[in-house]
Design a protein around this ligand. Structure first.
Ligand code: SF4
Ligand code: SF4
Length: 424
């Protein structure tokens, strides 16, 4: 497979500072996540909720969503989430008192937990993969086999997104402390933090402290897309492959923002109610990385950071330009998976017919044939052998297509065709 470096037309300089906007008027709790997982609401209109109260739950695995504010539950509404769907939400009016039902415990010793206690805490905290997967972290960490190495993913290869980078540069010492604690609790011999090999500032931030952590090493990944893909990281560092999950062969991979959330959990027993996201693009006056409450509205936050630039056809993208979803408007709720909102001028040229150049095949990291899948996207008999379900939706086929065809969207449709057929 060809190695692809993504050129970004306009780079928007964001300094390392993390701004903060943690006083939203209203919080929305969607009752379905971007992967279609349904949550049952546990509160009703008129109820008072404390910050950190569980307000909805995935009943299949008993996995919670917490309120990120204290306040009153008001009448529900529907809001857009990161996958572009409008979802029914619990609505909470913030009373700005930040009241917890139970007083938070004093700062704790990070390693004072058994593995079982730690897994239970992970589950009760609602922490998920903050790199965008929204996969519950307690499920990922609950492995029966021995883990040889904890691999911390700080590669962040999508253009424009820099929230992980900001966290690493601001909290390098905290991240090392958290990794060290996880190694001890989970009885894992060592850890590797994967970062981009040319991200010198981040490497320096870690190098300032890493000497006191002999079990933690840094690894420089090539600055090519998709270097942050879990499978690519494991293959590059260890030269091995796996079937479904890296834990099958003894590697546990965790995103660096999730590691930071685990630090807050271990230290203060705090559930996940805030995260850092990148808001950037040619349509944003002041691109930033900003710490926000989960459930806040993007509209309100963009107003707070000085609003929009005057651009002709604003296009809103949840996530990065490669894997993200375009949104019709900015009326979007911040969910746990949302790491970036990109606002750009929609000046893309209209697509042309396929010229059968085969470039999309050459770049596909999972070795499938996007152009053939595209041409048969609703033909199950032909799709069976083309394996569209292996697609990781990295977007490289669309990016490289000289005819500007949204090839990935056809591959997504093909995946749906296969899923629907297999369900019958
Ligand atoms: S989006 Fe899917 S089909 Fe296209 S290059 Fe990526 S993995 Fe391959
Ligand atoms: S890259 Fe575009 S033009 Fe080339 S084969 Fe694939 S779909 Fe066709």
């Amino acid at each position: 497979m060809e190695r692809v470096h993504i050129d970004v037309k306009n780079k928007f300089k964001i300094d390392d500072k993390i701004s903060q906007y943690i006083k939203p008027q209203i919080i929305y709790v969607p009752l379905e996540n971007k992967n279609g997982v349904v949550y049952k609401h546990l509160v009703k209109e008129g109820d008072y909720v404390y910050k950190g109260d569980v307000v909805a739950i995935n009943e299949d695995i008993d996995f919670p969503i917490h309120s990120s504010v204290s306040g009153n539950v008001i009448s529900g509404t529907k809001k857009l989430i990161s996958n572009g769907k409008k979802i029914k939400c619990i609505v909470i009016e913030n009373d700005f008192k930040e009241r917890y039902k139970n007083k938070l415990g004093a700062k704790r010793v990070l390693t004072n937990y058994s593995k079982e206690e730690f897994l239970k805490m992970l589950k009760n905290s609602g922490i998920t993969g903050l790199g965008g997967s929204d996969f519950p972290t307690f499920l990922k960490y609950n492995v029966s086999c021995d883990i040889k190495c904890l691999v911390v993913n700080g590669v962040e290869c999508e253009p424009y997104i820099s929230c992980d980078k900001a966290i690493m540069r601001n909290y390098a010492e905290d991240i090392l402390e958290a990794i060290d604690a996880i190694l001890e609790i989970m009885n894992i011999p060592y850890s590797i933090i994967a970062v981009k090999e040319n991200d010198y500032e981040t490497i320096t931030s870690f190098n300032n402290y890493i000497g006191t952590y002999p079990n933690i090493k840094l690894y420089g990944m090539p600055d090519a897309y998709p270097s942050g893909w879990e499978r690519r990281i494991i293959n590059t560092i260890f030269g091995v492959d796996y079937d479904k999950y890296p834990t099958e062969i003894g590697y546990l991979v965790s995103n660096v923002s999730s590691i930071y959330a685990i630090l807050e959990l271990l230290k203060y027993n705090r559930p996940l109610t805030e995260r850092v996201i990148t808001i950037t693009g040619s349509g944003i006056k002041n691109p930033v990385n900003v710490k926000v409450k989960i459930g806040a509205s993007i509209q309100e936050i963009i107003k707070y950071i000085d609003g929009y630039k005057d651009i002709k056809n604003p296009l809103f993208i949840a996530g990065g330009p490669m894997m993200g979803n375009s949104l019709p408007v900015d009326d979007v709720v911040i969910t746990k998976d949302l790491n970036c909102i990109l606002v750009i001028d929609d000046d893309y040229d209209k697509s042309l017919p396929c010229i059968r150049c085969g470039k999309c095949i050459g770049v596909c990291p999972v070795g499938i044939m996007p152009v053939c899948i595209m041409k048969n996207y609703n033909n199950y008999a032909k799709l069976k052998d083309l394996k569209p379900n292996k697609c990781i939706e990295c977007g490289l086929c669309s990016y490289t297509c000289p005819s500007k065809i949204e090839v990935r969207e056809f591959v997504r449709l093909a995946k749906d065709t296969v899923i629907k057929h297999d369900e019958v």
